[in-house]
Design a protein around this ligand. Structure first.
Ligand SMILES: C[S@@+](CC[C@H](N)C(=O)[O-])C[C@H]1O[C@@H](n2cnc3c(N)ncnc32)[C@H](O)[C@@H]1O
Length: 264
């Protein structure tokens, strides 16, 4: 890479801001380092968007789920944003990946990374601008693993939304969502209204937050998953927007090698 082409790429990445995913492109050049040499960026300096670098944690988890790699596996990323999880899955030799997001802003970033990332292959992945509710019209072949992160609480009907993803999943689904904890009604959902113009929000203006892990457990069991593990639970003391990650598998005992707390 010449200094000129690095300067051009830097300029282009800046023009595509804000970025949510910090993704390694080549040498020590990452999409996040364009904005912050240490990968840390105040939300206020990034149009209210958090810059995240979850690659290492994601790959540790993926290696526990697929210790043999993903060379015969397919992956669906719902609300893929800049495509980070597709690219990190491709690092484990992913056979087929689809990432979609309702916003062209993010899909442009994913396609840009696909073009300029040289540290690992970026082929075998398709990105689409798509609303989750339109996915059934695509007649996709089922996927071994589905990533459903940061979208449950942006949907006017999250159970239908999660069912769309689950119905396309043959093995493992990872659900990561914000919550509004209510110990008096842990099986409930709390309604909220949200902007449809903020780049990280939904587009339907109505959304629902789970009130406890019990509500998510019951929905996932109803969707036919038999093994559930909580792999992250971040309880906020102000009880607003706590966060949970649950890995769900179709087969009982499938997650015995995954670190986490059983929820079944
Ligand atoms: C909080 S971000 C999560 C991004 C990514 N999944 C992650 O975990 O890093 C929410 C994302 O959901 C997308 N989104 C919101 N509603 C959607 C919908 N109905 N269909 C597809 N994507 C949606 C937004 O455009 C945004 O990229």
């Amino acid at each position: 890479m010449t200094e000129n082409s690095i300067a051009e790429l830097t300029q282009k990445i800046k023009s595509m801001a804000p970025w949510h995913h910090d993704i390694h492109l080549f040498d020590d050049f990452t999409t996040g380092k364009v904005f912050s040499p240490d990968g840390k960026l105040d939300r206020a300096e990034n149009d209210g968007v958090t810059l995240i670098s979850p690659r290492v944690r994601y790959l540790q988890q993926l290696d526990q789920i697929y210790p043999e790699g993903m060379s015969d596996k397919s992956f669906l990323d719902c609300a893929c944003n800049g495509g980070g999880y597709c690219f990190w899955s491709r690092e484990r030799d992913l056979e087929r990946g689809v990432g979609f997001d309702v916003r062209d802003h993010w899909i442009q970033q994913a396609k840009f990374v696909q073009q300029h990332r040289t540290v690992f292959p970026t082929d075998r992945i398709e990105f689409q601008v798509m609303d989750l509710y339109d996915v059934p019209k695509q007649n996709h072949e089922p996927f071994d693993m589905t990533y459903f992160s940061g979208i449950f609480y942006h949907l006017p009907d999250p159970v239908t939304g999660l069912k769309i993803a689950a119905d396309l999943t043959t093995d493992v689904l990872i659900l990561n969502t914000a919550m509004m904890l209510d110990p008096n009604n842990p099986r409930g959902l709390t309604m909220a209204r949200e902007s449809r113009t903020k780049v990280m929000s939904g587009v339907h203006q109505l959304s629902w937050f789970p009130n406890g892990k019990e509500s998510l457990r019951d929905i996932l069991l109803w969707l036919g998953f038999k093994d559930l593990k909580v792999t992250m639970f971040n309880e906020r003391k102000d009880n607003f927007r706590s966060r949970i990650e649950i890995v769900a598998a179709r087969e009982s005992g499938r997650l015995e090698n995954l670190n986490g707390e059983s929820l079944t």
